[in-house]
Write a protein that binds this ligand. Structure first.
Ligand code: PGA
Length: 255
């Protein structure tokens, strides 16, 4: 049985005071459960402070991005070892805002996945199509190409450590979420892709989150889909009550 995994992606939001308050509220009220994992991914400058707030709780820490080199003259960048050092367990890699706003290539995403794994962190590998690609019925092709590139040459032992997030770009921050059927179709495809590329048992154990305008009011129908194993939550994760309600829903759906 796969655990459900709900992660909050705070993006470039919050101040120090807001970040610590939000983390404190989530840590205080998140119920531990053996089949549900919760994590929050604050902005880099607040990672250490948020880690302190999460201490003693079941909520884990994640980063929103990383650089692929171990260290060196890479002004402004942060290494995976630094993220481990500050207490991260997870790192989002290849979020569509990085692919489409910052201009990250598939090749860079692949190098980041490798760097994150080498440091002992768990990558949350994001894939998803643009609105025009969905309209052109290219969704499966786009997602397959992103996945193939992200895991190219990765041995099964490493691939077994990946978490995936399907995030249709047209559903992110728009209030327009994929229907449960649309999400399930792509999640099932991702699982089949992993089974074909590796093996059925690895595919069966892979955790695949859905992301894109998930909130307390729509989480239930998405999380009830057989291949949807949790959520990567943006906007709604900035509200402790909303985030905790999604976590509760995931706990119910996983039990
Ligand atoms: P959203 O963002 O929930 O605000 O749509 C999700 C994400 O980008 O991870």
């Amino acid at each position: 049985m796969r655990p459900a995994f709900v992660a909050g992606n705070w993006k470039m939001h919050t101040s120090m005071a807001e970040a610590t308050k939000l983390a404190r509220a989530i840590a205080a009220r998140a119920r531990g459960s053996s089949n549900v994992i919760a994590a929050v991914c604050p902005p880099f400058p607040y990672l250490a402070a948020v880690r302190s707030e999460l201490e003693g709780s079941t909520v884990l820490l994640g980063a929103q991005d990383v650089y692929c080199e171990k260290n060196g003259a890479f002004t402004g960048e942060v290494s995976a070892a630094m993220l481990v050092d500050v207490g991260c367990t997870y790192c989002i890699v290849g979020h569509n805002e990085r692919r489409h706003i910052i201009g990250e290539s598939d090749a860079l995403v692949r190098r980041k996945v490798r760097a994150v794994l080498a440091a002992g962190l768990t990558p949350i590998v994001c894939v998803g199509e643009l609105a025009s690609e969905r309209d052109g019925e290219e969704t499966v092709g786009v997602v397959t190409a992103q996945l193939s590139s992200a895991i190219a040459g990765l041995p099964a032992d490493d691939a077994a450590r990946l978490v995936f997030a399907y995030e249709p770009v047209w559903a992110i921050g728009t209030g327009r979420n994929a229907t449960p059927d649309q999400a399930e179709e792509v999640h099932a495809h991702i699982r089949k892709f992993l089974a074909d590329r590796y093996n059925a048992s690895l595919a069966d154990r892979a955790v695949i989150q859905y992301g894109g305008s998930v909130k307390a009011s729509n989480a239930e129908s998405l999380l009830r889909q057989p291949n949807v194993d949790g959520a990567l939550v943006g906007g709604a994760s900035l509200d402790a009550t909303e985030f905790l309600a999604i976590l509760e829903t995931a706990t119910r759906a996983a039990s």
